[in-house]
Design a protein around this ligand. Structure first.
Ligand code: 13P
Ligand code: 13P
Ligand code: MG
Ligand code: MG
Ligand code: MG
Length: 371
């Protein structure tokens, strides 16, 4: 029997500014999801937060893209938005870009990562939650987990992983996807995903012959682009991911190891700056310096045989990640000294919001030809 894990998240108001989620929003979402457990729609749930994003982590038997589950998430966000409005929170309902739910939450503003899986004898998973960045921020760490032997020892020493994996990569501009095999096509894969604002890893699958069926994802990332839905900047996409671990997959510590390096991602202030992503426990996921720097939280779970979420374990609550946090602070300081200069500020083509298009328009008639 298959179980589906759905992580659906949205920013429905910050407290204050874009810093964090007010606890009353969490309570409201919990009430809505508790009723769904009572009436049998959900098996289990947990409501988490990362920065100003509300994260619904749910297990059920309805498969991916279920209108019932998506409708439930939409309802939880709508109810919490009412509270956000009452409290006057900043950007109440920010990521709810459509008025009425019509069957699928994709393309409506929230971010979604879902996988339907056949539970193994033991099913360890990690859900990752990022704030102040975009889906391409997962390219580097997901690549390293499933394709880099300097990160994942299992690729070299575990016969069950030796064959490698398959990466589903989306071209988010052209709405196309391609599947690339590692290790054979590792350079092609890197050629694409190094351009992280355009090509994003959507899923990772095992290869033929792995003990997990070839069509069952072992990792999935939310890739919704708010900008494309709204037509203007309405905050960053702040992505989530689900990763399965152990027994022929990266060990838990191999899944977390990429985050010991706080790599540069785009987002941060006004979604318009490059900065380091800082791995933090939940209580430190409150970006405030220049609205950042960007954060990532990792929650560890065992899925029980009935599909219950046994957790969360706050995985970056480990002094072994203090070095990465300190390095992120140093890089943040270094980047900040550039003020409005690239490469701290994003290049022109990535400037999604702020007054820049308006400034350029205002100066238009003052530009003259150079002899
Ligand atoms: P334990 O002996 O603690 O179970 O560790 C096994 C392992 O493979 C760690 O990566
Ligand atoms: P969020 O996407 O987290 O709301 O951030 C928006 C922003 O502009 C921060 O400066
Ligand atoms: Mg916000
Ligand atoms: Mg956010
Ligand atoms: Mg956002």
């Amino acid at each position: 029997e298959k179980i589906t894990i759905s992580v659906i998240k949205a920013d429905i108001g910050g407290w204050p500014g874009h810093s964090r989620v007010h606890p009353q929003l969490v309570e409201t979402a919990e009430e809505v999801l508790s009723k769904a457990v009572e009436d049998g729609t959900l098996i289990d749930f947990y409501v988490a937060t990362c920065g100003d994003d509300l994260q619904l982590i749910m297990t059920h038997r309805k498969g991916v893209d279920s209108s019932e589950i998506h409708g439930l998430a939409w309802k939880a966000f709508e109810e919490a938005t009412k509270v956000a409005k009452e409290l006057g929170l900043y950007g109440a309902g920010q990521d709810l870009l459509k008025d009425a739910f019509s069957g699928n939450i994709r393309g409506m503003g929230p971010g979604i990562a879902e996988m339907e899986i056949t539970l193994r004898k033991s099913e360890p998973i990690v859900t990752f939650h990022m704030d102040k960045t975009e889906p391409g921020a997962f390219n580097l760490p997901i690549f390293r987990m499933f394709a880099d032997p300097f990160n994942t020892a299992g690729l070299v020493i575990d016969p069950n992983m030796h064959m490698g994996f398959r990466f589903e990569v989306w071209d988010i501009l052209k709405h196309k996807r391609v599947i690339l095999n590692t290790p054979e096509e590792v350079y092609d894969l890197l050629a694409l995903i190094g351009a992280k604002s355009r090509y994003v890893i959507k899923r990772v699958f095992p290869k033929e012959g792995h003990k997990i069926a070839k069509d069952e994802p072992v990792a999935v990332v939310s890739t919704e682009k708010l900008y494309e839905i709204a037509g203007e900047y309405v905050g960053k996409d702040d992505p989530v991911a689900i990763v399965r671990a152990q027994s022929g997959l990266p060990a838990l510590g191999e899944v977390l190891e990429p985050f010991a390096f706080p790599h540069l991602v785009s987002g941060w202030m006004r979604g318009s700056h490059n900065g380091p992503i800082m791995p933090v426990p939940m209580h430190q996921a409150n970006p405030t310096r220049f609205d950042g720097p960007p954060r990532v939280v990792a929650l560890g779970w065992q899925i029980s045989p009935e599909g219950k979420l046994v957790g969360p374990v706050d995985l970056f609550d480990d002094p072994a990640f203090d070095g990465a946090r300190q390095k992120a602070v140093e890089i943040a300081e270094y980047m900040r000294r550039h003020g409005p200069f690239e490469p701290h500020r994003l290049p022109l083509e990535d400037m999604e919001y702020t007054t820049l298009p308006g400034v350029l328009k205002r100066l238009e008639e003052r530009f003259e030809e150079i002899e």
